[in-house]
Design a protein around this ligand. Sequence first.
Ligand SMILES: Cc1cc2nc3c(=O)[nH]c(=O)nc-3n(C[C@H](O)[C@H](O)[C@H](O)COP(=O)(O)OP(=O)(O)OC[C@H]3O[C@@H](n4cnc5c(N)ncnc54)[C@H](O)[C@@H]3O)c2cc1C
Length: 536
Amino acid sequence: MGDPVTSITIVGGGTAGWLAACFLRTKCAPKIKITLIESPNVPTVGVGEATVPHMPVTLREMGIDDQEFMRRCNASFKMGVMFNDWNVDRKGRFIRYMNPFASPPRIEGVEAGHYFQAYGAGNRDYIRSFSPLMDLFESWKCPFSLNKQGEDPMPRAGYAYHLDAVKFAGLLAERGRDHGIEHILDDVDDVELDERGFVAALILRETGRHPVQLVLDCTGFRGLVIQKALGEPFDSYADYLGNDRAMALQVPHPDPEKIRAATQSTALGAGWSWAVPLFNRIGTGYVFSSAHRTDDEAAEEFLAHLGDMAPPGAEPRVIPMRVGRSRRAWVKNCIALGLSGGFIEPLESTAIHMIDMGLRWLLQYFPSQDYEDATRDAYNRVSDGMFNEVRDFICLHYRLNNRTDDPYWMDSRTQLKISDRLEHLLDLWRHQLPTPLDVPSAHLFTYNVFTAVLLGKQVYDNGYGEGQLNRSFALPEKPWKAFLRQSAARNRAVLDHKADHRRVLLALRGELRAGMRANTRLGEVDESGAAESALF
Ligand SMILES: Cc1cc2nc3c(=O)[nH]c(=O)nc-3n(C[C@H](O)[C@H](O)[C@H](O)COP(=O)(O)OP(=O)(O)OC[C@H]3O[C@@H](n4cnc5c(N)ncnc54)[C@H](O)[C@@H]3O)c2cc1C
């Protein structure tokens, strides 16, 4: 083994930089010094407000108190993503479906999706056939209960957070400083390389030369160390994903008493609009293709979509997006995390999770100062795998859209590339629903999630494959009917038992009227991100 790494220098003070600092401080021995250098002049991107279900686990591991987090970051709960208008049904009407944090059951050993495709579920869509999350969403409820007697019909539910990105970075920064992170507010103006091409030191505008061992490049879309200094190529995903710009706006809740417990993604003319409901406001925006809309056209379309929700005179902030990734995430003694490592459009809110995973892989493949090739290559392989997985899953949404009302949607279906892997899977899934064998190394998007998209978009009823799935054809109807009766009863019981989302948030923030217990922690979270869902 070479000399041990005893110092980690993080460049960048956005979500990536501060998450890295806090997470590594929690996981590394105090003898490892952690320094974070942040420019006082370059702002953070300031968006990125929806997460995936691993987030509660990560916060817990960093010792961040749920209630403090909920209050300080104006956080709310997320049960999944609602997709509006991405596809049309046989009559040309827009379809709405949910991609929930819930797994379908097996009925007599067979996934519910096969039965659903064979026999339908009356007037319930696929997700409602087994899960109450759509009903909770529509009733402004969340997967937690308040002061409820009796057995909880859904004691465990996966959930993630919506959070205020700026406040979250602030909370992490405060915590990092309190826990001994050295924080330098200065600009990195230059990077000094040694004779092997490794980063030897950073040249800071005010403080001068800062020698380094392991460097984490968290400088956002600039990729200051990994691309600019080390020259690692940036592989664009422009051939795969057409959206290259976003505009963001914060709007008040139309009715402050009502807060949705899911992110919404609504397809517009040349992209899609996100709506992330926090406790105190909604973060919204439009991700679009500059080949199909100018900024002015997109702003007009976006504001028309918001209607009365947009404050008078609102001017959305335009954010150019560099979509793609650094060819390798780890080069020499530098690892790129966050936007410097790569970015795939935020349709599935995966970016913060990818930072989280990058940190966990770093701990698995922790280097010595020899920066062994095998260790670095192993890290880069898992990082590649995750980028490919996320890219393919996002591509699926565009390839399987069936809108014909704007050239953007037709181009998305016919002009954008998909990987060979996705091409093969889509060929296979014409005949059958996804199985665990099809996506064996999935980090995030398991076969169940692919199934939710295929059935949510109603692709089998609209010309994909031959309509009839081989496996579904052979299934008996009786067990499915029995299951549907049980699940309808359970959905009703869950809806009755679970509480209004806003009231739960008020309780967690300690802002409900006296007499109600408001200082109870969220239930224990297990490794899969599912939580006990009875709060009180
Ligand atoms: C439109 C949009 C929507 C998104 N939505 C989501 C979402 O819902 N969920 C999700 O998980 N992610 C989302 N993301 C991604 C998310 O915003 C980012 O992954 C996250 O904010 C991390 O950003 P970052 O820290 O890498 O970069 P930034 O926030 O850009 O921070 C870069 C840091 O580097 C510093 N810096 C730059 N140059 C220098 C220098 N020379 N010297 C010193 N410091 C320097 C800056 O000062 C800053 O502190 C979204 C992104 C976009 C664009």
